[in-house]
Design a protein around this ligand. Structure first.
Ligand code: NAD
Length: 421
């Protein structure tokens, strides 16, 4: 891959496009399909007026990008952050297309975001912004068009507001317009910890594939939010040793293993992991480079770049977050023979459980948690095997194999449907 500046390296859209182009070339993808799939089908920009608590009107910019709806309705989260950009939302929407195709579930890919700082907004301001954002998207979303979900800084409450606003416009309750809702209004059992559970399944599969021992296998997790904390807890319960946990304001390290249950209780009481007595304080960035068998980034994008990839010591990189590794870093990790379980495979547990939530809402019949977990595990194991088979057959690393598998599936569907003109 050619040399690129760090600015280009960390642009999520360029990172996505670099992998897409490489995988499409390997697949010998028809040029027209290549052009169709390289760019999103639809990009919506809205300017959202919100009446603030002090009586002034503030206007926020929001996006919804639908990359592909060839295999089913768009599916993807909504993030609230001051750093949201259209390029980022585009990249995340494309990743959703590929992720749903790797898992072979009947969804396309979409993503949304609003440029705002939710930490500086009251609950009432957040609710009014969410409802107005939803109403401005009303004709573009819906159970058969585009299904929304939580992402960074959005949660079950935000999903409940979106569901309610959509339902008011439709004049009937439509629970399946969003996933990740509270259980009492059509959420699914098992959804909350599904991404972490999926990561555990992927780690188990990788160890089996690489013939490595599970007991005492050292794991470092970056990000102790929804994905990272559930992954750390579930892995510890299965015999893995969680030696490091990195958060945005500092990290913890204990070569003998961190008791994740105790740390969760500590965080509940203190709202931070810092100061926890069962581990030494460590530097967040340095912890990624410490000795371990498995590294799980579960925080944010671009944490493994050309600047630090060479110094990663993990044997397995299991990507909980979306886009944690840049395309340049991919090549460095491949040279070091790090076994990468790419984001569009590793963190698919969340969207698979969301698919089950959508199915249950439409059936009006809700499954036991065990049924959700077992069905999710079956899909994840099959997806892992399919990606590994692709990697072996085409002589490519796992990320490119996952992209190739996904592009192949989406392109096949488009060809079967034909081009409407
Ligand atoms: P979250 O907000 O619950 O947790 C993220 C955590 O990472 C927070 O505790 C935050 O303080 C920490 N963090 C942020 N920047 C950091 C940094 N530079 N170093 C260390 N820690 C940092 O979010 P989440 O739902 O756990 O999502 C995490 C990632 O996983 C995101 O990339 C998201 O898109 C992806 N993802 C989430 C799901 C899901 O089901 N929640 C599914 C698939 C992918």
């Amino acid at each position: 891959m050619q040399t690129v500046s760090l600015e280009h390296e960390i642009n999520p859209w360029e990172a996505q496009a670099a992998r897409f182009d490489f995988a499409a070339k390997k697949l010998n993808l028809n040029e027209g399909l290549w052009k169709m799939l390289r760019y999103p089908e639809r990009e919506i920009i809205v300017h959202i007026p919100v009446m603030m608590d002090d009586g002034n009107i503030e206007v926020y910019t929001g996006f919804r990008v639908q990359h592909s709806v060839a295999r089913g309705p768009g599916k993807g989260g909504v993030r609230y952050s001051p750093e949201v950009t259209l390029d980022e939302v585009r990249a995340l929407a494309s990743w959703m297309t590929w992720k749903c195709a790797v898992a072979n579930i009947p969804f396309g890919g979409a993503k949304g975001g609003v440029v705002c700082d939710p930490k500086k907004m009251s609950l009432g301001e957040l609710e009014r912004m969410t409802r107005r954002y939803t109403s401005q998207l009303i004709e573009f979303i819906g159970p058969e068009k585009d299904v929304l979900a939580p992402d960074m800084n959005t949660n079950e409450q935000v999903m409940a507001w979106i569901m309610d606003t959509y339902s008011m416009h439709m004049r009937q309750t439509v629970t399946s317009v969003v996933t990740g809702k509270p259980l009492s209004i059509g959420g699914s059992r098992g959804r909350r910890e599904a991404t972490g559970r999926g990561l555990r399944i992927m780690c188990n599969q990788a160890l089996r594939y690489l013939n490595m021992q599970r007991d005492g296998c050292r794991v470092i997790v970056q990000g102790f939010g929804n994905v990272g904390s559930h992954a750390a807890r579930l892995l510890m319960e299965e015999g893995y040793r969680i030696v490091g946990i990195a958060e945005i304001d500092g990290a913890l390290y204990n070569p003998n293993g961190i008791d994740v249950h105790a740390l969760l209780e500590y965080r509940e009481r203190n709202s931070t992991i810092l100061g926890y007595k069962g581990a030494e304080a460590a530097d967040t960035d340095e912890l990624l480079l410490a000795e371990c068998e498995i590294l799980i980034p579960a925080a944010t994008e671009n944490v493994i770049t050309s600047r630090n990839a060479e110094r990663i010591q993990a044997r397995i990189l299991c990507e909980g977050s979306n886009g944690p590794t840049t395309a340049v870093a991919d090549d460095i990790l491949a040279d070091k023979r790090v076994f990468v379980i790419p984001d569009i495979l590793a963190n698919a547990g969340g969207v698979i459980a969301s698919y089950f939530e959508w199915v249950q809402d439409r059936q009006g019949y809700f499954w036991k948690e065990q049924v959700v977990n077992e069905n999710m595990e079956a899909i994840m194991v099959e997806s892992f095997d399919s990606v590994l088979r692709y990697a072996e057959a085409h002589g490519v690393h796992n990320r490119i194999a996952a992209c190739m598998l996904a592009i192949d599936r989406v392109a096949f569907t488009i060809q079967q449907r034909g081009i409407y003109a």
